[in-house]
Design a binder for this molecule. Structure first.
Ligand code: XMP
Ligand code: MG
Length: 183
């Protein structure tokens, strides 16, 4: 029988609900300042960015529009290859738009690097990136990220949109998994 207690699957809480919410509020204040007087389109990358999009959007005071993309990265196992396929494209025409891509986590950076270039090719005024988490030690490409929630160690994490086998996305904090879950 599978455990119903999610907490017992976790080894360590990396960022608590309060830490995440406080940091999102700080990022929202920065974004409000930076885009003052402009029309901003925030683009969430499904499915991981659902939580950060929802919290960030509600913490912003400016008018924004929201759209979503789903991409899949070809590659062996858990390694990102940088070859990306669009599973769901935006509904919005990007011509002349200020776009902010909102992501859950940047690992190698390959997915976002591809995505940024793809969106820029559609005639945007600007494309910037906001990510809740980033693993600097895993970076394979240099990619400018304007808004980073937290830099974290190069460990697999779950919660706040991030999953292991589609589970744990609904946690309001981020933690590392206990070995018994994946061994
Ligand atoms: P790259 O390597 O292209 O890939 O930056 C980023 C994507 O990889 C997934 N990812 C994770 N998912 N816990 C997760 O649940 C992690 O620790 C983790 N690291 C990378 C995620 O889908 C992200 O968008
Ligand atoms: Mg993702």
């Amino acid at each position: 029988m599978e455990s119903t207690d999610v907490q017992s699957d976790l080894k360590h809480v990396l960022k608590s609900k309060e830490e995440i919410q406080n940091r999102i509020a700080e990022l929202a204040a920065e974004i409000d300042r930076d885009y003052e007087g402009r029309d901003l389109l925030i683009v969430g990358v499904l499915k991981g960015a659902v939580m950060v999009m929802a919290d960030l959007a509600r913490a912003l005071h400016s008018h924004v529009t929201m759209d979503w993309m789903a991409v899949s990265s070809y590659g062996s196992g858990t390694q990102s290859s940088g070859v990306v396929r669009i599973l769901k494209d935006l509904d919005t025409d990007l011509m002349g738009k200020d776009v902010l891509i909102v992501e859950d986590i940047i690992d190698s950076g390959l997915t976002l690097s591809w995505l940024k270039t793809n969106l820029e090719s559609r005639g945007t005024a600007s494309v910037e990136i906001c990510t809740a988490f980033r693993k600097p030690a895993a970076a394979k490409v240099k990619i400018p990220v304007k808004y980073v929630g937290f830099d974290i160690p190069n460990e697999f994490v779950v919660g706040y949109g991030l999953d292991y086998a589609e589970k744990y996305r609904n946690l309001d904090f981020v933690g590392t998994l206990a070995p018994h879950v994946y061994e």
